[in-house]
Structures are given as C-alpha cells and as structure tokens.
Design a binder for this molecule. Structure first.
Ligand code: HXC
Length: 510
C-alpha cells in the first residue's frame, strides 16, 4: 500500500512540474505566475479539486510520443470563490506553450459540460499558442468542441476569460465568445496571428504589444473589458467580479451585506449639475454615491469613455449601471459607446441583473466618420438591447436627453419600469441653438430675434416638466434622494414578470 501511495505522489509531483524547472523559471522571469500558482490565488484556500491530472496527449507524429507530460498543458477542475462554486481551466504555458491537443481539449470540454449542468461560472485562464501544431486537424476539432460549448453556455452561465500570456488562434477565439475578457499589462497579448505571420503575409513589422497588447485591446479594439498590472491583481479582481455575478441564469444575483442605509439623503448631489448646462461634471460621482459603499466594478473603463458601464450593488444586490459621461465628448452617443453599452445591457438581461441608467446625452455624434462607420446600426444595437431587456429597469435623467438618444437611453417608451428626472433635466429634440437655427432660419441674421427665440425655446422645452405632464416620466425627483428612490424602486420590481412574443431568438442588428 505504501508503495502505491508513493507512486501516486511521484506521479502527481511530476504532473505539478509541468514543463519542468527551466520553463517555470522562464515563466517567472517574464513576470508571469505558473498555472498552479494562478489557481491558488483565484480560488478560496484549499478549495481546488483537480480533474484529469494524468491525462496525456496521444499524438505520435513528429516524435511527440517521446514528449508526453501529465496534464498536457492545462490544469482543470473546480473550487470556490468566497464560498461559491466555479469551474476553471488554466493553461500551462510551460507545456507545449499551453497549446491545445485533442486530449487537452477533452479536459476543457469536461469542465465546460459540468459547469453548464451544475449551473456555475467557468473561468478560463489563457497563456497559450492556440492549436497544437503537431496534432493537425485533431487540435482544430478540439477547438471546435470548446467553441460549441462556449456558444451553448452563453447566456446560461457566466464565462470569463483571463488572458495572462501571449495568446493566439483558438486561444483568442474561445475568449471572444465568452462574456468578459481581462488582460495583464505588458505580459499578455491577443492576436489571431502573431507578428511573424503578419510580417510574412503583409510585410508589416509590428511588436506583440502594438499588435495585441492590453493597451490596444482595452482602448482601440474593445476586445478586452479591463487590464491589470500583474497576475495577482488581475486574479484578485476576478474574485471581486464573481461576487457580483449570479452562478447561472437560473439563480438570482448574489446579495452581500450592505452597510449604507438608503434613507440617508446625499445633499452633495443637489449641486452636482453645474449652473452652466454646457459645463461637464463627473457622472461617476453619481454612480459611486448611489452604489452601496461606492463599490463599482467598471467594465470597459478605457474604451468609449463617453459611456460608463459596470456593476455595483444596491441594498446588497447586484445592479448594472449604464450612464452617459458628460466629461468625455459631452456624453454623446457614438458607435463605440452604443456597442459597448448594448453588450453590457444584454449581459445583465441574460443574468437577471436589474439596470440603472443615468442619462445626460446631447444626442448622437454627427459626421461622416460615424455614418460611414455604421452609426445607424450601432446606435440601433443599444436601442434594441434596452428594449428587449426584461429585467427591472430604472432610469434617471440628470440633465440633457436630446433627440433619438432620449428614446435610446432606457426611456419609458423602451419599456423602462420607472423613469425619473432631476429638476435640471432638459428633454427635447435638440439643444436650443440647433433648434432655433432650423425652425427660425428666416431670423438667422437678426441676433435680437434669435436671442428671443432661443429664450422662448429654452423655457418651453429645456426642463423635465413637459415629459412629466405627458407621463413619460414617473416623477421629477430631488437629486439628494436618488439612492433612496432607486433602491425602493428596485424593491417594488423584485417580482417583475413580462410576457414576450414567442420567437426562436431575436435578430439584433449586428
Ligand atoms: C505547439 C507550441 C505552439 C503551438 C507554442 N508552442 N505554440 N507548440 N503548438 N501552437 C511551443 C513552442 O514550440 C515552445 O516550445 C513553447 O511553446 C513556447 O513557445 P515560444 O515560441 O518559445 O514562446 P514565445 O516566444 O513567448 O511565443 C509565444 C507565441 C508563439 C506567440 C504563442 O509560440 C506562437 O506564435 N505560437 C504559434 C501560434 C499559432 O500560430 N498557433 C496556431 C493558431 S491556429 P519549447 O519546447 O521550446 O518550450 C489555431 C486554430 C484554431 O489556433 C481555430 C481558430 C478559429
């Protein structure tokens, strides 16, 4: 018996060595942790239950029969994060660069299937070079199986991808089909084909950082939802994110103890809006004052900053915040902002997370760049996403709600449940200057008349009361009571039920 146990220990120790000491050292020298060190940080201490430690590849081409490593380049299993079940697969770059063989794919597919059956999130940690080249079509088939599970799990369980090294091929396509992608600055890259292939095919010389580093993907391509300084910070933040999310679409989002009472007014909000309507203010201040303890997990913080998206909690329960940001491009809606917010809204709707929307939007961004870039369809994505969402929706207009953007931003007409406005709200087809120049074009050369017309327009339209008279707003509220109003509103919507016409699925303008 003693020998058998020794043999298990020996085999397990060999598996835990992955690609060996030299490659582990190289991993550390690049500022990266190993797969097992990552598991330790991600999960609650001692909670990891590993599967398939001894799985090996079955390839015999190119001398591969002499290079079998137990585990085959991916550590898989389940554990808990703050007591809640998660499944995970963590690529081991020290074994064939974390590349995917048929056996490696079977390990991933096993945890994907278990996560789906048992209703728990899957976290994939990527540090890998895509399909294992020596395995040919078997590797491609393996990816196909992983991709199919990504698609079937979408909207059923949260899927999170954490990019912690150079990732190519299938190791970027699978993440692309998950709900969120996070990266580590300076050590992680994502590209379909790496710089060498780029040079061969297009003659373009580009560094990995410029082709697919965290900066590119969080500011330009919007592939990644956030980036962190190092592995430890990134994994710790993933624990924080999981705390906001329900385990599946069958469960309600988790609730955590909240210490900030809702009855207490925040007088500072009464002066958040500057007297000059063209002066910006920071909408994040409002979010932080409405969310429990100011705890806000922002999604896509560095992309399309003219709209803010992220998770917070109200009375301990998760909500998704969507808010125009007057500090950037006056909070205008453009293609990027619309796409960013639409995807976030749809995630929240999939997983029963109520939406709280703050509106200060001067309209859609005009110009050829936007029109050629498909603003019509991108803007429609957000309109579509807000309208189809059946989760509780509470909207508060703080200042401008002009034109189509008024409709889009979770207006009453887009089936929002409760629509509030602050007394500073201005709801109109457009701002005074543009409106007067169009409807009183004949007076354009008479400054006195134009000033008079402008004043008349401002008095008539640039307030919340016309919309309130029509019932398009449910109430005009004092800024200081916003948190209380929203919290009580959410309480009233807890048992919301809506019927939707039968359909296989909708056809959101992609
Ligand atoms: C087999 C691989 C591998 C792969 C890396 N390795 N990628 N082995 N198949 N795809 C091995 C290397 O041989 C090396 O082994 C070790 O992993 C580390 O790789 P390095 O190149 O030394 O590391 P680095 O310089 O950091 O570069 C990492 C990399 C690069 C950027 C990921 O290795 C790379 O470009 N790999 C190929 C990427 C690729 O084109 N993959 C196929 C994509 S197609 P040793 O023994 O020296 O440690 C695909 C299809 C899926 O995925 C379908 C999509 C729709």
């Amino acid at each position: 018996m003693h020998d058998i146990i020794k043999e298990l220990e020996r085999r397990r120790a060999a598996a835990h060595k992955g690609g060996g000491d030299k490659r582990i050292e190289a991993q550390h020298a690049r500022g990266k942790l190993t797969a097992r060190e990552r598991v330790e940080i991600l999960l609650d201490e001692g909670s990891f239950e590993e599967f398939d430690t001894f799985v090996e590849h079955r390839s015999t081409d190119f001398g591969m029969e002499n290079t079998r490593v137990p585990g085959d380049g991916v550590v898989t299993g389940w554990g808990t994060i703050n007591g809640r079940l998660v499944y995970l697969f963590v690529k081991d770059f020290t074994v064939f660069g974390g590349s995917l063989s048929a056996a490696h794919a079977q390990k991933i597919v096993k945890v994907q299937d278990m996560a789906l059956r048992n209703g728990a999130p899957v976290i994939g940690v990527f540090d890998a070079g895509g399909a294992r080249i020596q395995e040919g079509v078997d590797a491609l088939a393996g990816y196909g199986e992983v991709f199919a599970r990504n698609v079937l799990s979408s909207g059923v369980i949260p899927q999170i991808s954490v990019i912690m090294g150079p990732c190519a091929g299938g190791d970027v396509y699978s993440p692309a089909m998950t709900d969120f992608i996070f990266m580590v600055r300076d050590t992680s890259y994502m590209f379909v084909t790496g710089p060498d292939v780029v040079k061969t095919v297009t003659n373009e010389v580009v560094t990995p950082e410029d082709l697919g580093g965290a900066k590119v993907h969080t500011t330009k391509s919007s592939i990644a939802d956030g980036a962190y300084e190092n592995d430890v910070e990134c994994l710790t933040q993933m624990r924080r994110l999981i705390d906001f999310l329900p385990s599946s679409n069958r469960e309600k989002p988790p609730t955590w103890p909240s210490f900030q009472e809702i009855e207490k007014d925040d007088i500072s909000l009464d002066t958040l809006i500057p007297p000059n309507p063209n002066k910006p203010y920071d909408m994040k201040e409002l979010i932080l004052k409405v969310a429990d303890e100011g705890d806000f997990f922002e999604i896509q913080e560095n992309f399309a900053k003219n709209i803010i998206t992220g998770f917070g909690r109200i009375e301990g329960a998760t909500v998704g915040f969507v808010a125009n940001q007057p500090m950037v491009l006056a909070g205008v809606l453009d293609s990027d902002a619309s796409r960013k917010a639409a995807r976030f809204v749809r995630f929240c709707d999939c997983f029963g997370i109520p939406l709280v929307t703050f509106v200060d939007v001067p309209g859609f961004l005009p110009g050829t760049a936007q029109e050629y870039g498909g603003l019509i369809k991108h803007g429609a994505k957000l309109l579509f996403a807000f309208t189809e969402a059946t989760v509780p929706k509470i909207t508060c207009i703080t200042r401008k709600a002009f034109g189509g953007a008024y409709d889009v931003m979770a207006s009453k007409h887009m089936r929002a449940d409760i629509n509030y406005a602050w007394p500073t709200a201005q709801i109109a087809v457009m701002g005074a200057k543009g409106a007067v120049e169009i409807i009183f074009r004949a007076d354009i050369n008479d400054p006195e008349k134009i000033a008079e017309r402008t004043k008349e327009y401002e008095e008539r339209f640039l307030n919340p009361f016309v919309a309130a008279q029509r019932g398009y707003l449910d109430e005009v509220i004092m800024p200081h009571g916003t948190r209380r109003r929203i919290a009580r509103g959410l309480r009233s919507l807890r048992n919301k039920r809506v019927e939707v016409p039968w359909k296989k699925h909708d056809n959101i303008p992609l």
